[in-house]
Design a protein around this ligand. Structure first.
Ligand SMILES: Cc1ncc(COP(=O)(O)O)c(C=O)c1O
Length: 410
């Protein structure tokens, strides 16, 4: 075996890193610092003293998404659950979800006393595969939750057509999809309701937070009530009509989000351009297959840049070892979810605690082959903040992959 020169060693083995800069996130300046400081100095730190700032952000976000209403809350898990409850689900109702997503997409279904039904993903998008949805529909199915994974739009035309045929509600899990578009419409604004997360890794963040957007007045009123301990508009402070809780956003989070929202479009444009450029660069590398574009997404926001990895083109190097080497080269990347959600102990052990999941529900025999492949040797993520770099940075990411390939093949 030929020994590579020291300057051509992998960074993992002591060679020079291919990417030497870092990629900051979140991005802010004195505007955010001053806006937060003003609230602190004013001494009105919580609701209801300062709820006007929360309402301002809600109106801004609704206008941004093109919906009539938006209701903020503590995080993007609670926003999903409140949206489900507001859609009128009942104990034991079935909700179709993809298995390649964060646990909240399915665990909030359990928390709404409903049954998650896992439907496999499309190999070209890692989004819910509409061709597999219809076979999973039963007389108990009430809702479909498409996740716009990584910020790429699901096939909403097909999903909405199925929902209309079977009289189902559609809640878009848009936790990854701030600012992304499908046929010119903002993701989250297309189904009955859309749910977003503002957790710290997300493309729009206040550290934690979530929001439901909708055009449906009844969903809006119910989510507002559930987020505010069951109070209703026009009711008294100590009158409670619904089984809600205190899930309110704080004014500090709201002003941060208002300022961050002004940065979102510019950042999304840049990520979209860099994502398309990376597609061009990576599709030239043997064993790397970027996700195709042109499937209805008019704007991808690349919360994650996904690509498919083939160990055979890298001398049999496992995905985990490849990602370790790529990260050492300075590319912000991750192997993704280790298992499809149904393999989580929560589902395998039926650890549903007080939730009313029928005894007949058994996840030990669920198998979604595309999701298993994505979690196994195939799916690799580059993280959103890295897509805020320059074209030269994208070239360096491609060079890092080529370097690994060259050296493992030596
Ligand atoms: C697809 C998806 N849905 C929902 C959530 C839940 O959001 P949060 O962490 O704000 O509760 C996340 C968070 O990572 C997510 O990735």
């Amino acid at each position: 075996m030929t020994q590579a020169p020291a300057s051509d060693q992998l960074a993992l083995h002591g060679g020079p890193k291919t990417v030497t800069r870092t990629f900051p996130w979140p991005i802010y300046d004195e505007t955010e610092v001053e806006a937060v400081a003003e609230i602190i100095r004013g001494g009105k730190w919580g609701n209801p003293d300062c709820s006007d700032l929360v309402e301002v952000f809600e109106q801004e976000f609704a206008a941004y998404c093109g919906t009539k209403y938006a209701v903020s809350c503590v995080n993007g898990s609670v926003s999903l659950r409140l949206a489900l409850m507001a859609c009128g689900v009942r104990p034991g109702d079935e909700v179709i979800v993809p298995p390649y997503t964060f646990i909240a997409t399915a665990s909030t279904v359990i928390e709404a006393n409903c049954v998650p039904v896992f439907v496999d993903i499309d190999p070209d998008t890692y989004n819910l595969d509409p061709r597999a949805i219809e076979a999973a529909i039963t007389e108990r199915t009430r809702v479909i939750i498409p996740v716009h994974f990584a910020g790429q739009a699901c096939d909403m035309d097909a999903i909405l057509a199925i929902a209309r045929r079977h009289k189902l509600r559609v809640i878009e899990d848009a936790a990854h999809a701030h600012g992304a578009e499908y046929r010119g419409r903002k993701l989250g604004s297309i189904g009955d309701a859309g749910s977003f997360s503002f957790q710290s890794s997300k493309n729009l963040t206040s550290g934690e937070g979530g929001i439901v957007v909708t055009n449906d007045e009844a969903i809006y009123q119910l989510v507002r009530s559930l987020r505010n301990v069951g109070r209703v508009e026009g009711g008294q402070w100590y009158d409670h009509y619904n089984p809600g809780c205190n899930y309110r956003l704080t004014p500090v989070q709201a002003v941060l989000l208002s300022h961050q929202l002004r940065r979102l479009d510019g950042q999304t444009r840049l990520r979209d351009e860099n994502g398309q450029y990376l597609n061009e660069l990576l599709s030239r590398i043997d064993g790397i297959r970027p996700m195709p574009r042109g499937l209805g997404e008019t704007r991808h926001c690349y919360h994650l840049y996904l690509f498919r990895y083939d160990p055979a083109a890298f001398g049999g190097l496992s995905k985990v070892d490849f990602v370790e080497r790529l990260a050492a080269e300075g590319v912000p990347c991750f192997r993704g979810y280790p298992h499809p959600l149904y393999k989580q102990p929560l589902f395998q052990n039926r650890n549903f605690m007080c939730y009313a999941i029928p005894e007949t529900v058994d996840y030990t025999n669920v198998c979604c082959p595309v999701a298993e492949r994505a979690c196994g040797e195939e799916g690799v993520w580059i993280l959103q903040h890295a897509l805020l770099g320059t074209r030269a940075d994208m070239e360096a990411f491609a060079a890092a992959i080529e370097k690994i390939q060259r050296l493992v093949r030596v």
